[in-house]
Design a protein around this ligand. Structure first.
Ligand code: SF4
Length: 569
């Protein structure tokens, strides 16, 4: 595509047509349905309506900055501006910086004078051709690399405005999208990365994650949230998706004969308001849902949040604050009003308990529930992959599996459906690409956000320091159990430092006259059956002192622990 000049009328027509689905103005609707399960009249959003004096009942002058930007023009309606900016190789300005995030494009100046693309990978599953296509995007228009994120997603950096439209078109042609991956939208829908082949799973949640993803894409009113929103589906199996860190976490559970009120079968518990940056895990809200009800209930909850969430104060705009204010009971009553079926509230104690997850329990080779097939978990250090490695992984998945790759919220990946006789070939191929698939108590659980190499909020070089730290500890500490170390560059907590056994929160530290990069060190976090919010133990440690300090902490733990005492205990 020629981007050195303005787009021709024909090109423009094509591109606007291409994105017509998202550029349509909102039309009011009544009786919107999700599998016929939703009824009523979801509130007609008014963002993007310049004549409006109020947004969701709040006077324009009382709105916070981001709400005002949305009220002036909806983020999904800036296609012409994006085309013009691409034609002029121009970065977005003013409110458009925020609106670009509706399309998954983040202008990350001054950390990098370029755009970052955050995709949506529903259910954290990629096909081989999609991974290859993403590698081509990274190679042709990005910095030649990509990162796996803590939502089992892919980010590609160093994209120039002139290439932004080509990038989004190519993404669509791969069957992917970035729509709503940033700003006040529902983020990538995650699912247990072993869904469909985990011998221990209660229910294959991949179809639910995909249904949720497509339902959101096709309902424009769901692009009008007060703040970002996370949804995860947990299959009840042995590998975690950290669903309890989400605004809504659905957990598959079995209900047996011993439950007096529910028919035996598979249900979902719904947990609400996980936001670990605010030190809170999602909590059961008492619902027991049939699988086919989950998407409808999530959509109803989203609409209650849209209508009633705080539009004046960003710090109080997440779902947690609405539920804190109302109480769970009122939130569920309002949700119930939007559904064509009654919410089922039953004694959750009588459900079969969720089986414990295995820490790092997917790195290595594991048998699937299908005879003769295996899945192979691969460590991707801090989620960083070159375009060449991505193409190589796609090739290996095609040659030795069924062309499928799963991404994990621990920034690693899984190649499933590998026949027994192909395992050694796959392992050889992984080694040649520079990937490790063996258990390593430290490397398997090392998680890092972007850091100051690409994020303007970061106080520290998280990814590079995580690698250095991991190498230092691996050489000096012989751990006999997996440990999670999370490095996050600022309090936004993208790497969720509060759920790490060891969490590092980036900060600047004064050392004499100098200001250097350092970390507040928190200890004792965990998720799922080891749930815990880590507590700050060592504030403001210069990074140069962090490796030796962690070595001492881990060595002391190894010497002094009681039998079967885990690090989190
Ligand atoms: Fe940037 Fe902060 Fe998120 Fe790290 S945690 S990626 S520094 S916003």
């Amino acid at each position: 595509m020629n981007t050195s000049n303005e787009f021709s009328p024909d090109q423009k027509q094509y591109l606007l047509g291409f994105f017509a689905g998202v550029s349509q103005r909102l039309t009011p609707f009544v009786g919107q349905t999700a599998s016929g399960l939703i009824t009523g009249d979801p509130s007609a959003a008014v963002t993007g309506n310049q004549a409006a004096t109020h947004v969701h009942g709040v006077a324009i002058e009382d709105l916070c900055k981001e709400e005002r930007i949305k009220s002036e023009q909806h983020g999904l309606d800036i296609w012409e501006k994006m085309l013009d900016n691409a034609a002029r190789d121009k970065f977005p300005e003013g409110g458009d910086v925020f609106r670009y995030k509706f399309h998954g494009l983040f202008y990350v100046s001054p950390a990098q004078e370029s755009l970052m693309l955050r995709c949506r990978i529903p259910g954290c599953i990629l096909r081989d051709h999609q991974l290859e296509g993403l590698a081509e995007i990274a190679e042709d228009w990005g910095g030649g690399y990509a990162h796996v994120t803590t939502r089992g997603n892919i980010q590609i950096r160093e994209i120039m405005p002139r290439d932004s439209v080509d990038v989004l078109v190519k993404l669509r042609e791969l069957g992917l999208t970035a729509q709503g991956s940033g700003a006040d939208n529902v983020r990538n829908i995650t699912a247990s990365p072993t869904s469909g082949f985990d011998p221990d799973e209660v229910f294959d949640v991949l179809p639910l994650a995909r249904a949720m993803h497509h339902y959101i894409l096709n309902n424009r009113d769901l692009y009008d949230l007060p703040r970002k929103f996370n949804i995860a589906f947990d299959n009840g199996g042995s590998v975690s998706v950290c669903a309890d860190t989400n605004d809504i976490g659905f957990y598959a559970v079995r209900v047996g004969e011993r439950h007096p009120e529910a028919e035996p079968g598979v249900y979902f518990r719904a947990q609400l308001c996980g936001i670990t940056g605010h030190k809170q895990f999602a909590q059961d809200c008492g619902l027991l849902l049939k699988p086919a009800e989950c998407v409808a209930v999530a959509a109803a909850m989203l609409r209650v949040f849209i209508e009633n969430g705080d539009r004046t104060n960003r710090k109080k705009a997440r779902l947690k604050y609405l539920v804190d204010d109302w109480g769970t009971e009122k939130f569920l009553e309002e949700t119930d009003r939007k559904l064509a079926f009654p919410l089922r509230r039953l004694d959750l104690e009588k459900c079969d308990p969720r089986r414990p997850v295995r820490r790092h329990g997917y790195i290595g080779v594991y048998p699937q529930k299908h005879d003769g097939l295996n899945y192979v978990g691969v460590t991707v250090p801090v989620g960083h992959m070159t375009a060449g490695q991505m193409k190589g992984l796609a090739r290996l998945a095609r040659r030795h599996g069924r062309g499928e790759v799963r991404l994990t919220v621990w920034q690693n990946l899984i190649i499933p459906h590998v026949p027994d006789e192909q395992l050694e070939h796959l392992k050889q191929g992984l080694r040649e690409l520079g990937f490790d698939y063996t258990h390593d108590p430290i490397a398997n659980g090392l998680v890092a956000c972007t850091g100051n190499a690409g994020c303007k909020y970061a106080a520290t070089a998280t990814k590079a320091q995580a690698i250095a730290l991991g190498e230092y500890l691996r050489e000096r500490v012989q751990l006999d159990q997996p440990i999670n170390i999370h490095l996050t560059g600022c309090p936004h907590s993208c790497a969720q430092h509060y759920i790490g056994d060891i969490g590092l929160l980036g900060t600047k530290v004064k050392v004499g006259e100098e200001t250097v990069e350092g970390y507040h060190i928190v200890l004792g976090g965990g998720v799922d059956n080891e749930q815990g919010i880590a507590r700050e133990v060592f504030p403001s440690v210069p990074f140069t002192d962090v490796p030796t300090l962690l070595e001492r902490i881990l060595s002391t733990y190894l010497k002094q622990r009681q039998p079967a005492e885990s690090f989190i205990a």
